[in-house]
Every structure is written in structure tokens, then in C-alpha cells.
Design a protein around this ligand. Structure first.
Ligand SMILES: [Zn+2]
Length: 80
């Protein structure tokens, strides 16, 4: 297993979610997300944010939205 590591995975996460990374990198990140719950949550937040932002006409600051999404995630996974 060649885990690319949390730092790299998170650095590339935005591009990954926009499908802008190359195929090799993409599978590295997918593999990392499969093995790392922390980064999987981070990816989920980022994906949710992207969706929310696409719908919300920038009425709320991205930082507030991020906090809201994180709070929701923590409610869903209290042990995290
Ligand atoms: Zn990780």
C-alpha cells in the first residue's frame, strides 16, 4: 500500500473533488480516503461545502458555512 499521507491528500483535496487531478494522483487520494477517517470527513465537508455554496447565493460567508457543516458532522459522529 502506498499511502500518500494526510498532508498531501488534504492539499490535493479541492482539486480532487473538482476532478482536476491526474489519474495516478486521483487513485492515491481515493486510497488514502478509504484508509483515513479523518481525511474522509474532511472530504465530506469539502464536498458538502461545494454543494451548499453552489446553491447559496453567497449570502453566508464560506467560513460560517464551513463551521456549520463541521458542527453538523460532529453531531452525526459524536465520538469523532
Ligand atoms: Zn488522512
Amino acid at each position: 500500500m502506498t499511502d500518500c499521507g494526510c498532508e498531501k491528500a488534504r492539499r490535493d483535496l479541492e482539486e480532487y473533488l473538482r476532478d482536476e487531478v491526474c489519474k495516478t494522483k486521483h487513485s492515491d487520494i481515493t486510497e488514502h480516503l478509504d484508509n483515513c477517517p479523518g481525511c474522509r470527513d474532511e472530504a465530506l465537508v469539502a464536498r458538502t461545502l461545494t454543494d451548499v455554496l453552489a446553491r447559496a447565493c453567497k449570502e453566508t460567508a464560506p467560513e460560517e458555512l464551513r463551521a456549520q457543516v463541521l458542527a453538523k458532522l460532529r453531531e452525526a459522529h459524536p465520538a469523532h
